[in-house]
Design a protein around this ligand. Structure first.
Ligand code: SF4
Ligand code: SF4
Length: 192
């Protein structure tokens, strides 16, 4: 596994999607090998449930203040928006693993040409999203939100991202123990 992870960000990619495909393959391999280990860990299961609930809560607040609606208009109707080609690589191996541990589907092909691999007709199709994708408060949204809405959404997103960080660290530390090596690659985007 070490060689495969070390090599992942040093080889030259001819196709921009190749790095994502490699991350998906490695996440799949780690998941197949260690899912039972993580499933039997009650501390990890609680952390995962807490994270899942924080994402749902953050999504509810975003629905309430209509940020999803504004992003849909910006992205789909006006063809602007920030879910552009290449941003799929914000999705790390660890984030793919978290989606898998939560039994969430991971798309296998790009649906909308010219946009992020994970964009669908109605927006992002993955449940556990990268940090950058949840700290997306552009000027357009800042001008749209009332100050109290901005505080509310910032608080719920901060909780979600803190739990995402804790879950990623937990997975990494356990895998490092199990594999006997440092595997910082599972948290790197690898495309910058
Ligand atoms: S975060 Fe801002 S720029 Fe990105 S899609 Fe939403 S409104 Fe548009
Ligand atoms: S929110 Fe989803 S679709 Fe948009 S850039 Fe992030 S991963 Fe891609």
């Amino acid at each position: 596994m070490k060689g495969r992870l070390k090599g992942i960000f040093t080889i030259g990619f001819s196709d921009p999607e190749e790095i994502l495909r490699r991350k998906l393959e490695i996440a799949e391999e780690l998941y197949e090998n260690w899912r039972e280990y993580f499933a039997s860990d009650s501390t990890f299961s609680s952390l995962l449930l807490e994270y899942e609930s924080a994402v749902r809560k953050a999504n509810e607040v975003m629905e309430e203040i209509k940020s999803f609606e504004e992003c849909y208009i910006c992205s789909v109707e006006e063809r602007k928006g920030c879910c552009k080609t290449g941003l799929e690589n914000e999705v790390t191996i660890n984030i793919i693993l978290i989606n898998k541990f939560l039994n969430k589907e991971i798309p296998r092909k790009r649906e909308v040409p010219g946009r992020c691999f994970f964009v669908g007709e109605r927006g992002c199709k993955i449940f556990a999203r990268p940090y950058l994708c949840r700290e997306f408060f552009c000027r357009r949204l800042q001008e749209k939100f009332k100050p109290e809405e901005y505080v509310k959404v910032t608080n719920v997103v901060a909780k979600e991202l803190t739990l995402l960080y804790q879950a990623c660290e937990y997975i990494k530390k356990n895998l490092e123990f199990l594999l006997g090596e440092f595997i910082m690659e599972i948290d790197l985007t690898g495309y910058s």
